[in-house]
Design a protein around this ligand. Structure first.
Ligand SMILES: [Fe+2]
Length: 187
């Protein structure tokens, strides 16, 4: 399981606390799956709880961006990523409906973890850079450019690449599943 680390913080107490809570919820669900004691309904409920918290968190994040006057290009990117999260997770939920319970929840949990690692360590880090630049007096456009030009430290780079690799494998697996379904439907 992915372990949250204070080096992943972006320097905004509300956002950092919510990020930490999201990963704590993920590891609690991971432990439930590993212990094999939860029913499908209980795991489904835990996943719903996590998605509800993610929705509240994304809302808080977007509100902060508007309040702080973050460049609209970044706000738009965040909104798109936040929306695609719910779309992708619902697609994966229906695609894995017939899989054995443990395999299904492991896949769902892995997807949510990798998605959140990639988003919080890349996109939200860029947000953190912009908020600091804005607080220091930069214009929104300058703050945006600073975030675009920033290079990531090894501390962030490693988990970002790992998460991306997993997300990519998962996307390939989904494509192959869909191809097989299509082939069967054509027969
Ligand atoms: Fe975000």
């Amino acid at each position: 399981m992915f372990q949250w680390n204070e080096r992943y913080e972006i320097g905004q107490p509300i956002i950092d606390t919510e990020h930490r809570e999201l990963f704590a919820m993920l590891s609690r669900i991971g432990e439930d799956i590993a212990q094999d004691e939860e029913s499908s309904d209980e795991l489904e409920g835990a996943l719903d709880g996590l998605l509800q918290y993610a929705e509240k968190h994304f809302h808080d994040e977007e509100q902060l961006m508007v309040e702080q006057g973050v460049d609209p290009r970044h706000l738009k990117l965040q909104q798109m990523e936040h929306q695609s999260f719910f779309y992708d997770i619902e697609r994966l939920r229906s695609l894995t409906a017939d899989e054995p319970m443990e395999r299904r929840y492991e896949r769902l949990l892995q997807f949510v973890t990798n998605w959140l690692v990639f988003h919080t360590l890349r996109t939200d880090q860029q947000l953190g850079i912009q908020l600091k630049a804005l607080a220091a007096g930069s214009s929104a456009a300058d703050a945006y450019d600073q975030a675009e030009q920033a290079t990531f430290s090894v501390t962030l780079y490693r988990p970002i690449v790992q998460a991306l690799t997993h997300l990519w494998s998962d996307a390939m697996e989904r494509i192959h599943m869909l191809e097989r379904r299509l082939e069967n439907a054509e027969k």
